[in-house]
Structure formats: structure tokens, C-alpha cells
Write a new protein. Structure first.
Length: 114
């Protein structure tokens, strides 16, 4: 019975059928939600842009006006130790998204307390 249901049942639900006033209400709420989300995205983008410009200004200040000829800027931009053998550090962590190679360890037992 369930097999027939899932074989012939459409993946997308049928479209909503509203009366004129209910559709207008639905559209108004949906549009207001879309505008709210767009406003939040815009505020987030502006905050990221502000942070980026502040970092850029700080780097430019270190590079030109620190009084040491840009030595502090060069030291801060040094990437020594970030990459080991030209492999990004993120790939050094254990990858746990996939299944383990051994599967389930049936021999494992909890250590007894002494």
C-alpha cells in the first residue's frame, strides 16, 4: 500500500487555492517577509563591508604611517606556519563526515572500574 503511494505521489504539493481576499493577505505577508529578509541581508552586507574597510585602512596605516618603513605590516602579513607542506590547515583535521573504514567494532567493551 505504501509503495503505491510513494510511487505515484507527486514530489511537490499541489498549488494552494485561495479566495481573492485570502490570496491578497497571503501575498502581503509573504512580500513583507521578503522585504524584511532583504533588509537584514543588506544590513549584514553593510556590516561586512564596514569591517573589511576598517581592516584595509588598518593595513594601509601599518604599511605607510607606522614609521618603521612597513616592517610591522610585513611581519603581520607573514603566513609562515599557516600552511604546512603547501596544504591548508583545514585539511589537517580529521574528516568525520563519511563513514568509518572499520564500521562497527563488535569487540569493544567498556572498561570496568576498579
Amino acid at each position: 500500500m505504501l509503495i503505491r503511494y510513494f510511487l505515484w505521489h507527486p514530489l511537490t504539493p499541489r498549488p494552494l487555492r485561495f479566495s481573492r481576499t485570502r490570496y491578497l493577505r497571503h501575498w502581503t505577508i509573504h512580500r513583507a517577509w521578503q522585504l524584511h529578509q532583504a533588509q537584514q541581508r543588506r544590513a549584514h552586507q553593510l556590516e561586512l563591508q564596514r569591517q573589511y574597510q576598517a581592516m584595509s585602512a588598518a593595513c594601509e596605516e601599518l604599511r605607510t604611517a607606522a614609521g618603521d618603513g612597513g616592517r610591522l605590516f610585513r611581519k603581520s602579513m607573514n603566513k609562515k606556519g599557516v600552511y604546512t607542506d603547501l596544504v591548508p590547515i583545514e585539511y589537517g583535521r580529521l574528516q568525520t563526515e563519511g563513514p568509518s573504514k572499520e564500521g562497527w567494532n563488535h569487540e569493544w567493551k567498556r572498561m570496568e572500574k576498579k
